[in-house]
Design a protein around this ligand. Structure first.
Ligand code: SF4
Length: 327
């Protein structure tokens, strides 16, 4: 273990002011402590944010909800307002991790968890995400869990979160605070594709702290489904996951959202393809067309070619389930 200092501020501004380039904010620690123990990251300072006033879920003036960054995944999934009005989010959260981890993991931390690529966690192997410029052994190595969309020469890792797939489908907004003040980031712009900088998972500036996530009033509570396909039924990351949401009018699609997990460096959406389904009957032909559009350009590797067809079938099934209700 590398030595580090520890600070425990009680105010948001104080926490932000303490940040230095070699600092990390810590809350539940369910990913960061693993990264430190595996020598993947070695901060010189940990800023414990668990005393900050970010533990509430509040209604917003436009009919949505503002979720404090320190609300645990369990408290969020089982909150009556989330269960009733945002069942897609509740189901996505409960599909992830284990009860013990969900009790510790926070809303902000869930957004910031890092990929589970095997090589990223093995400090004895090269990895462009951990050590820029060192190479990507996953491309020709073990890549069953890796990306089929949006990958680059430098990195083919996927984002591991289930909750974020639900938030992407709901068009959430991330609220962050830095030394220059507060900023709102559309969820689609929060995570990034690897490109030439795979070491950067998101668009946060140095020292910016996630303070909240806002859900819009539009909640798709009547027709939604979260489908997660994995190697075992619990406590496993998604090979493919689908957050599907529909608004229907007599069997005709009025609005549709599909976000994919387990297939890219960020939750995968294609709003232009979704828009083409408006006014169409909610049937498997339409869902199949959307699946094809979402997967256009998908390229697999040695071990994960199967994900392309798996994702196609999962999209059609999740949308079909959503027609039936909140599944
Ligand atoms: Fe590293 Fe990304 Fe390659 Fe995995 S896929 S070894 S995280 S560069």
């Amino acid at each position: 273990m590398n030595p580090f200092t520890y600070a425990r501020p009680t105010g948001i501004d104080e926490a932000v002011s303490l940040f230095t380039p070699d600092s990390r904010y810590i809350a539940g620690g369910t990913n960061l402590l693993d990264l430190m123990k595996e020598n993947v990251t070695h901060p010189e300072q940990l800023i414990d944010i668990t005393r900050l006033p970010l533990k509430d879920i509040e209604e917003t003036t436009d009919g949505g909800l503002r979720i404090g960054a320190l609300v645990s995944n369990s408290d969020l999934a089982w909150d009556a307002r989330i269960e009733q009005h945002y069942p897609l989010l509740s189901k996505a959260i409960l599909a992830g991790a284990s009860p013990q981890l969900r009790n510790m993991a926070t809303t902000g931390g869930n957004l910031l968890q890092r990929t589970r690529c095997y090589y990223f966690y093995d400090a004895d192997t090269p990895c462009n995400k951990r050590e820029p410029g060192s190479g990507c052994p996953a491309r020709d190595g073990l890549n069953r869990i890796h990306a089929i969309l949006g990958h680059s020469e430098q990195c083919i890792a996927v984002h591991p979160s289930d909750m974020c797939v639900g938030l992407a489908a709901l068009d959430a907004t991330v609220i962050v605070k830095g030394r220059d003040g507060e900023r709102r980031i559309a969820f689609a712009d929060f995570h990034r594709l690897p490109g030439n900088e795979p070491e950067r998972d998101n668009t946060l500036a140095d020292g910016e702290l996630v303070t909240a996530v806002e859900l819009p009033a539009e909640n798709f509570s009547t027709h939604c489904a979260y489908l997660k396909i994995r190697d075992r039924q619990s406590y496993a990351f998604a090979l493919v996951s689908v957050a599907a949401a529909l608004q229907l009018d007599g069997g005709v699609i009025r609005n549709v959202r599909v976000a994919l997990g387990g297939v890219a460096h960020k939750p995968w959406r294609n709003p232009e393809a979704e828009a083409l389904l408006v006014g169409r009957p909610a049937d498997k032909a339409a869902f199949g067309e959307l699946a094809d559009a979402l997967l256009a350009g998908a390229i697999g590797f040695n071990d994960n070619q199967f994900k392309i067809e798996l994702a196609r079938r999962a999209i059609v099934r999740a949308l079909s389930d959503a027609v039936e209700g909140a599944v």
